[in-house]
Design a binder for this molecule. Structure first.
Ligand SMILES: [Zn+2]
Length: 627
């Protein structure tokens, strides 16, 4: 790891971001910066800036994000960090250490080759063999023509026990290789083909290499769908079917649509909707979301109207919450982490007409499909609508139920601006005052919940840690007295902080706090057990400085999102003949004049963006110094 970090810095030192970005978009000098139409979203007025001094880029239009030369290449080329590293290393003339041993690489190549051969074997059978006639009839019945079957290399696995094995061994593959590729199954000492008598869907990884199969039964066999198991090249939790073919369209349209089944995805591509991928029947994972977020900001889940579909949304929602910047596992590449933290995802839900799946909708009415995707609802709006269905909100009982259902979901929203919006909405519907709802939310948090707080795995929640430090180390009072309340997002923490400011001792504090916060404050004090025994005031001060910086950064990011929303509204609402106002604002920012109100917004947004980047750079420098 340390070595790759050195390489990253070396590449950055050798390359000029202006030159790299300039190869993709024409940059114009604008004072100390360069400016262009954003390559990641459609706009009429340039809001994409590159800073040669900081070697960073920033879009303060719809993208509201930025980063270094690596994140630029990752987004622009739609590749992961590893691929960006390879591309930039080559450009900079830096040699990369091979990540895998040549033996390991050769072994993987054999697995790809085995799949290539198996894919062709199954495909030829489907297209030509008499025994596959019923498979061809099935496809015809599902509206899949032979050209499409060729395009997606659909196949048929013969029902006999070892036809594929014999075919592959005839081509020089060893038994162990075919086993490792997941193409065989061993039971009761007998090794046979894993897939028998099934319609075969080859699965490709994002680079377009065949890595596995989905296989559909053509009779009543169970399971109806059988997939390749986890192998060195088949990564079940991270693969999305057809992403290799869809990624171009996903990037172009800024939107990815996830369906569940192979047939749904194929029907979509056949009808020209090439931004569709399939989750292959598994629940959406954090990694799925991450791999799509590299290509687009909007992800639409196309779901059945039934209850199972609704359940999937719930899972999907939790997935996205879990992939918010701070909860990312630490082994993730630094560039990816930064990207996760700065780029949000816009997760939406499209509900299909009752009793129909995407495949049917697309075949019967491409227009309906288009409309469903275009009008997909934000996931929280969907939850709101769903919760209101079948309830008579004139009935206090029903309103109470609504609150019980929605409050926990709202409480899970990390962004305070978004959270406030939905809290207001719930207040309107339930006729419960917003303050009352906020206080209910706080009480809920004190109850032991089946899903424990994030404390533990990733260390204590930073707000609570900060308060706990204040309660433990009285010496921190002078520097903490003026902390802005905006650093705290949790209402309970704001109240404890306010009380702390007015009290000198814990006894005083206990008297000051409302009874409902006593147990909560005890929880804060119990965090002391996590501080090492030998800690003195200096250790406490350092820990305090650390967590304070984290909260300040989070505050800056939230402020930045709010500003971006305000700017986007401005841009949407301003008629074409108002464009000169925007132009004027941009020139004011560029030339350092005060300018109009919009210019103030832009300037603050730009400033915040750079503050965040330089903080991240500072953190990296520190971690280098420590290492
Ligand atoms: Zn942009």
């Amino acid at each position: 790891m340390g070595r790759s970090m050195d390489i990253v810095s070396e590449i950055k030192a050798r390359l000029d971001i202006v030159e790299v970005v300039g190869q993709y978009v024409p940059l114009r000098r604008a004072g100390r910066l360069y400016r262009a139409l954003c390559p990641f979203h459609t706009e009429r007025t340039p809001s994409f800036y590159v800073s040669p001094e900081r070697q960073s880029w920033h879009c303060f239009g719809a993208c509201n994000t930025g980063g270094d030369v690596f994140s630029f290449i990752m987004r622009k080329e739609g590749v992961g960090f590893g691929e960006a590293l390879r591309m930039l290393a080559q450009r900079a003339g830096v040699e990369l250490p091979s990540p895998r041993s040549p033996q390991e690489e050769a072994r993987r190549q054999r697995l790809y080759q085995a799949h290539e051969a198996a894919m062709e074997f199954y495909h030829r059978l489907l297209m030509e063999d008499a025994t596959a006639a019923h498979a061809r009839r099935y496809l015809e019945g599902r509206g899949i023509d032979m050209a499409t079957a060729r395009r997606f290399m659909l196949g048929y696995s013969p029902p006999s026990g070892d036809a594929l094995l014999r075919h592959l061994m005839g081509k020089g593959f060893r038994l162990e290789e075919v086993l490792e590729a997941g193409l065989l199954v061993t039971s009761e000492g007998l090794t046979r083909d894993r897939f028998r008598g099934r319609l075969m869907f080859p699965i490709w990884d994002e680079q377009g290499r065949p890595v596995g199969f989905g296989a559909r039964a053509l009779d009543d066999s169970h399971p109806k769908y059988l997939n390749t198991p986890q192998t060195p090249i088949f990564d079940k939790g991270g693969l999305l079917y057809l992403l290799d073919r869809a990624r171009h369209d996903i990037r172009r349209s800024g939107c990815a649509v996830i369906v569940e089944g192979y047939m749904d995805a194929i029907a979509a591509h056949q009808a020209g909707f090439a931004n569709v991928v399939a989750s292959m029947g598994t629940a959406l994972t954090e990694r799925h979301v991450r791999s799509l977020r590299r290509h687009c900001r909007r992800i639409v889940l196309a779901l059945d109207a039934d209850a199972a579909g609704a359940e999937a949304v719930l899972r999907g929602h939790q997935v996205v919450e879990a992939s918010e910047g701070e909860t990312m596992p630490e082994l993730t590449w630094r560039g990816l982490v930064r990207f996760q933290t700065t780029a949000g995802v816009d997760l939406r839900v499209a509900i299909l007409p009752p009793g129909r799946d995407p495949d049917e909708v697309i075949r019967e009415s491409p227009q309906l499909w288009q409309a469903l995707v275009a009008e997909a609802e934000p996931v929280l709006d969907y939850r709101f609508r769903r919760a209101q269905e079948g309830k008579d909100l004139r009935d206090p009982q029903a309103r109470s139920q609504l609150v019980q259902e929605l409050l926990p979901i709202i409480a899970a929203v990390g962004d305070p601006v978004v959270r406030a919006h939905y809290l207001q909405k719930l207040a309107r519907l339930s006729l419960v005052r917003e303050e009352e709802l906020a206080s209910m939310m706080r009480r809920r948090r004190q109850e032991p919940s089946p899903a424990p707080r994030r404390e533990g795995e990733h260390g204590p929640d930073p707000e609570r840690l900060l308060l706990s430090l204040l309660l433990r180390y009285p010496d921190l009072r002078p520097e903490a007295q003026d902390l802005p309340e905006g650093l705290f997002w949790e209402q309970a923490n704001i109240e404890v902080f306010r009380a702390w400011k007015e009290c000198q001792t814990l006894v005083e504090l206990a008297q000051k706090l409302p009874e409902e916060l006593w147990a909560y404050t005890d929880g804060l004090i119990s965090l002391w057990t996590r501080f090492p025994q030998k800690w003195d005031n200096d250790n406490g001060r350092r820990a305090f400085g650390d967590v304070r910086r984290r909260l300040e950064e989070r505050y800056l990011r939230a402020r930045k999102r709010a500003l971006a929303a305000a700017l986007a509204t401005h841009q949407e609402e301003s008629a074409p003949d108002q464009q000169h106002l925007l132009e004027e604002a941009f020139s004011a920012v560029r030339e350092g004049r005060a300018g109009n109100a919009l210019a103030q917004l832009l300037r603050e947004d730009l400033e915040l963006g750079f503050q965040l980047h330089s903080r991240a750079a500072q953190r990296e420098a520190n971690s280098h110094a420590e290492a």
